[in-house]
Design a protein around this ligand. Structure first.
Ligand code: 3PG
Length: 396
């Protein structure tokens, strides 16, 4: 259901679930406001329609307790700047402050409720507890718009239960995400290449398993590549390794072979004696990583192999950086992957908070990618082929 299905919204209170879980530095400055920018089309549509927009969102995982470190105050300030309207931050989520702010608001204004995860019921496993809290949220509005794509894989009160109480619709961001990721997942133009990186194999087991019957080519880099290298019989020094996943990965390597999926792993690696921005970097063959060194990026030969594979693809999905791109000395691999995707004519989807942040912080033009997803876990679960509760509830 789309926003139009909710009818005339003039003067109506619209509760919008957004994903404003943005990275903050130690001084509480937002270091990447991609998720705030991505929320604007829906918010503008609602404001232009004369709605009173009440936004509910979370920041981090404050474990059900009020904690000023996780306040949405920096988000309220940035949202006001980028949306160009006044944003009132309520001091609580469903309490007196929230009720008063909503009662006082005018058409075309935004009230941002304080971090919904300050309330333990939001993430409770107990259905009744969540439903009771969702009813309090619902009492603040007339209709609900679900637009926090990054959180639609969570069965939480402000994502799932509230949609069962109020007339509900998917926001523009959620629609765009589902359409773009769906195009890559269900009907990819081939060759279909998936690039996986990031630190942990265990985060991506479901994705890999699902892709072994769908993708033509699987490229693995980042911290998770070392578990693959060990599964192939190599030593990886002090690199990240998930020893308990080696057997599973061996199974994946065999399945890839059986299914004719081309599996590309780093053939050379940039290593250093320790993890740090100033660590001295050397390039070695991936089959000869010294015992006292750790791999922190893919090497130059691998960059070329990965880039060529990407150039030869019609659909590319990328999730997770292939090196420690936050450190300049180990950013070349991730830059090379981003560059190859941005220069290719393939339909490209960048999924996962880290790769999306990499694309932006490394200075790539966002318009050269077909779609940059705002979802981390949510986009991974879609790639796994899972049904996401926050989407299913809108369809039901
Ligand atoms: C994210 O950052 O991926 C989303 O905001 C979801 O956050 P969560 O993993 O804490 O539920």
């Amino acid at each position: 259901k789309t926003i139009e299905s909710l009818g005339d919204l003039k003067g109506k209170r619209v509760l919008v679930r957004s994903d404003f879980n943005v990275p903050l530095d130690a001084d509480k400055n937002i270091t990447d406001d991609g998720r705030i920018q991505a929320a604007l089309p829906t918010l503008r549509t609602l404001l232009d329609a004369g709605a009173k927009v009440v936004v509910v969102a979370h920041l981090g995982r404050p474990k059900g307790e009020v904690n000023p470190d996780y306040s949405l105050a920096p988000v309220a300030t940035r949202l006001a700047e980028v949306a160009g309207v006044s944003v009132t931050l309520a001091e609580d989520t469903v309490g007196e402050s929230a009720k008063a702010a909503v009662a006082a608001m005018g058409e075309g204004e935004i009230v941002l409720l304080e971090n919904v995860r300050f309330n333990a019921a939001e993430t409770s496993k107990d259905d009744a507890e969540r439903e009771a809290f969702a009813a309090e949220l619902a009492a603040l509005a007339d209709v609900f718009v679900s637009d926090g794509f990054g959180v639609v894989h969570r069965k939480q009160a402000s994502v799932y239960d509230v949609a069962k109480i109020l007339p509900s619709a998917a926001g523009l961001l959620v629609l765009k995400e589902i359409e773009s990721l769906g195009r890559a997942i269900t009907d990819p133009e081939r060759p279909y290449t998936v690039v996986l990186g990031g630190s942990k194999v265990s985060d991506k087991l479901g994705v890999i398993a699902n892709l072994l019957s769908k993708a033509d080519r699987l490229i693995v880099g980042g911290g998770m590549a070392y578990t693959f290298l060990v599964a192939q019989g190599h030593e990886v020094g002090t690199s990240l390794l998930e020893a308990d996943q080696v057997e599973t990965v061996k199974g994946y390597i065999a399945t890839a072979k059986d299914n004719g999926v081309e599996l590309l792993l780093p053939v050379d690696t940039v290593v250093a004696p320790y993890f740090g921005a100033d660590a001295p970097a050397t390039v070695v063959a991936s089959s000869a990583i010294p015992a006292d060194q750790m791999g922190l990026d893919i090497g130059p030969q691998t960059r070329t192999i990965f880039a060529d594979a990407i150039a030869d693809s019609k659909t590319v999905v990328w999730n997770g950086p292939v090196g420690v791109f936050e450190f300049e000395a180990f950013a070349e691999g991730t830059k090379a992957v981003a560059k190859a995707i941005s220069e290719s004519d393939a339909f490209s989807v960048i999924g996962g908070g880290d790769s999306a942040a990499a694309v932006r912080t490394l200075g790539f033009d966002e318009s050269t990618f077909s779609h940059i997803s705002t979802g981390g876990g949510a986009s991974l679960e879609l790639l796994e082929g899972k049904v996401l509760p926050g989407i299913a509830v809108l369809e039901g």
